[in-house]
Write a protein that binds this ligand. Structure first.
Ligand code: NAP
Ligand code: MG
Length: 479
């Protein structure tokens, strides 16, 4: 595999920097390979290659042919799924079952958007007499993509597939902590026959390669997923060029459990919503809001389930893997230490399997509660498997608490009352609401994105096709 090269203009080449970054397996803490530390010159080359491709074969390709290429890539990803899952699991530490699901999701993105490529059309508008007006959708041009380490393969599909379907030329800066699956999928894209310059990938540090990409004057659009702090930097850089961007910045998503909720349906989904990917999911259900009269009963059952979870390496494929890095583990341990210092009752904690390698970056999933609304555990994105339980009195109280953080990404509502389902879904300030289910991560068809500090713009679904295009209104006069 070409993981010591960067991919520009259809070729695997050496980075200008001659520097490399060690790649560590989170399951055992051991370095097993390295990737290039791309620099501003690499980024410049990549952006220029993308720009040139818009005037070349890629820019001339008709939508149906773009779609066929994407379907071919989807099939190649599916055919290589087990290998890709192994790569992803070793790089991120995620359990094999999760890694396999992520690869299937990546293939699905290319299938969905490949199928959509020739179905994106504009409209005509009735206007004055003797006028004909059409509104067409055009690609932005060169799009920059910066993605995090939590779901590298899924993010590759989520952000690149709609950009390519709509005819943009792309430059990707994957996360330095985990990008090997992205490099393998890039090899497959090359094999599928994407013309040179349509996809360019430069690995490296965010502060060097990422910052160079967002500061590059040759970009027309940026898609960023990651932390709110870096999101602000990306938006500030984009503002220098009045350049649009989509930002997906995480959340503090609530699961709201009303007294009439079906416990058996809700409990496994609430557990999965915080344990999936070790809680390192932007849409993790990291707060569970429970109506007071069922609080003890529900939380008792939830605690029992969390106590039964087992944590281990990606190969052990248990309920929860390690976190991505020692740094991320220290961040999460900081939240845990603060919770203990604040005297928050720890209701339950999962067990670290004895077979887990000692140098892995493990954190045991835990449930704390009742957590006061203003406590950091109820307000801040932990990005680890730590769940905060918060009691509420009635519907109005639930809505107030649910909306009472800086974030607004997704929410789960558990109640049998149909009218309440609709009222609460409408009252929540966020980008997705799941009623009697919860969809952390999945659902290519479903428009996804946040409000407030969770970011703006939408990816997934047909919304992404609108996000990655810009309309042009053409007004004809005839007599
Ligand atoms: P991050 O720093 O925001 O990283 C996201 C991406 O941005 C990575 O590719 C990163 O590169 C890049 N980047 C970093 N600094 C940059 C800059 N100045 N200009 C342009 N790009 C830059 O996030 P993180 O440090 O990996 O994680 C920190 C916290 O962010 C987590 O604890 C979590 O709360 C949140 N987070 C949210 C999501 C989400 O899905 N919404 C995903 C990941 C993290 P490098 O990898 O090289 O730094
Ligand atoms: Mg890694």
């Amino acid at each position: 595999m070409n993981n010591d090269k960067i991919f520009i203009n259809g070729l695997w080449i050496d980075s200008d920097s001659d520097n490399f970054i060690d790649v560590t397996c989170p399951s055992d803490g051991q370095v097993f390979t390295r990737i290039p530390s791309g620099n501003a010159r690499d980024i410049d080359l990549a952006v220029n290659a993308a720009r040139a491709s818009l005037k070349g074969e890629w820019g001339q390709m008709v939508p149906a042919d773009r779609g066929r290429l994407m379907l071919k890539l989807s099939a190649l990803i599916s055919a290589d799924a087990e290998n890709l899952a192994q790569i992803e699991a070793r790089d991120t530490g995620k359990p094999m079952t999760q890694a396999r699901a992520d690869i299937a999701s990546c293939a699905r993105y290319f299938e969905f958007y490949g199928g959509a490529a020739d179905k994106i059309h504009g409209e005509t508008i009735p206007y004055l007499k003797e006028y004909f007006v059409s509104v067409i959708r055009e690609p932005h041009g060169v799009t920059g993509h910066i993605i995090p380490w939590n779901y590298p393969a899924q993010m590759f599909g989520r952000t690149l597939a709609p950009a390519l379907a709509t005819g943009n030329a792309t430059v990707l800066k994957p996360a330095e902590e985990a990008c090997l699956s992205c490099l393998r999928i890039t090899e497959l894209a090359n094999e599928a026959g994407f013309p040179p310059g349509a996809i360019n990938v430069v690995t490296g540090y965010g502060t060097i390669a990422g910052a160079a990409l967002t500061a590059h004057p040759g970009l027309d659009f940026v898609s960023f997923t990651g932390s709110p702090v870096v999101g602000t930097l990306v938006q500030t850089a984009s503002a220098q060029f009045h350049r649009p961007c989509v930002l997906e910045l995480g959340g503090k998503s609530p699961q709201i459990i009303f007294s009439d909720a079906d416990f058996d349906a809700a409990l496994p989904v609430v557990v999965a919503g915080i344990v999936q990917n070790g809680g390192q999911t932007c849409s993790a259900g990291s707060r569970v809001l429970v109506q007071r009269d069922i609080y003890d009963d529900f939380i008792g059952q939830l605690g029992a389930r969390i106590s039964n979870l087992r944590v281990g390496s990606h190969q052990q494929d248990l309920n929860c893997g390690p976190l991505i890095s020692a740094k991320q583990r220290a961040l999460v341990q900081g939240f845990v230490a603060q919770a203990e210092k604040d005297g928050l009752p720890r209701i339950a904690q999962a067990t670290l399997d004895t077979g887990a390698p000692v140098d892995g970056f493990y954190v045991q999933p835990a449930l704390y509660g009742p957590v006061p609304e203003g406590n950091p555990l109820a307000q801040k994105e932990v990005f680890g498997p730590i769940l905060a339980a918060i009691p509420f009195e009635d519907e109005a109280d639930a809505i107030r608490i649910a909306n009472g953080t800086d974030f607004g990404l997704i929410a789960g509502v558990w109640t049998a009352d149909g009218k309440r389902q609709m009222r609460v879904a409408k009252a929540l300030r966020c980008g997705q609401v799941f009623v009697n289910n919860y969809g952390a991560g999945g659902g290519v068809e479903l428009p996804f994105g946040g409000v407030k500090h969770s970011g703006h713009g939408r990816e997934k679904g047909f919304s992404a096709l609108h996000e990655f295009t810009v309309t042009k209104t053409i007004v004809f006069k005839h007599d």
